[in-house]
Design a protein around this ligand. Structure first.
Ligand code: SF4
Length: 239
């Protein structure tokens, strides 16, 4: 398994939880705002030393709420990931997966095998602008994402729904469509997109037009709260 690293105690990867976080390399999307694009493109990655990882996970186990796997897109390496999850489960530690939910069959397999206890995902709206891929491909991937939300709901997995907020797009119809596929416990975390000097996005020109939203964040928070949804906003300083 190709990874870019891990952090044995993290307080910022899942809202209100302490996690042991592992970053896996590779991704099937090309989000222009991605600040983990080196991980997504498998640059600066190395093979996992599973024994060392599991020893460290065991040592941290009394402090953590979840073993959290993120990336990149972890389901790219789903077979190896399933094996790792099974070993972490033996330590009696709940597992949280951050996925873009577009790789459906592997997601279903891991969920059916009861290897996942919590999901975090981004609702990237509009996908035609935020996936960084040709429009027809983005639409297909969006449909897969909606199926992914169906799977999460079908198995009643608790969900952290993250919404990256960009400037200058009409996103609400996409967000409403995504929300209509969620029937499990969830809350929303709004992530205003940021660029330099806080992060180094994949496409700086794109980010100069669409990062650093202001009124979009307040408007979206208000609309979601009007629907009775619990909403948290990641401030720029916390990112
Ligand atoms: S933001 Fe996430 S889904 Fe998008 S390219 Fe980066 S790692 Fe992949």
């Amino acid at each position: 398994m190709l990874i870019s690293g891990w952090k044995s105690i993290s307080m910022v990867d899942v809202h209100g939880k302490v996690t042991f976080t592992l970053w896996l390399c590779g991704c099937n999307l090309k989000c222009p705002f991605c600040h983990n694009w080196r991980v997504a493109e498998s640059k600066e990655c190395f093979p996992l030393d599973k024994k060392a990882l599991l020893e460290e996970v065991e040592t941290s186990s009394f402090l953590i709420d979840y073993f959290h796997v993120t990336g990149g897109e972890p389901l790219i390496q789903w077979k190896e990931l399933g094996g790792l999850f099974a070993q972490v489960k033996l330590l009696d530690i709940p597992i949280s997966l951050n996925s873009n939910l577009t790789i459906i069959k592997p997601l279903e397999r891991l969920v059916k095998a009861e290897l996942i206890d919590h999901i975090a995902t981004d609702l990237k709206a509009p996908p035609t602008k935020l996936y960084g891929l040709p429009e027809n491909v983005s639409i297909k991937l969006w449909k897969l994402f909606l199926k992914g939300l169906d799977v999460v709901s079908q198995y009643s997995l608790p969900l952290e729904l993250r919404i990256p907020v960009a400037k200058g797009f009409e996103a609400w119809n996409w967000i409403e469509e995504g929300l209509s596929h969620i029937s499990t416990d969830f809350y929303v975390v709004l992530n205003p997109l940021v660029g330099k000097p806080l992060t180094y996005p994949r496409d700086e020109e794109w980010c100069s037009k669409h990062c650093w939203p202001r009124k979009e964040v307040d408007n979206l928070k208000k609309r979601l709260e009007e629907l009775g949804i619990e909403v948290y906003v990641n401030s720029w300083s916390s990112q």
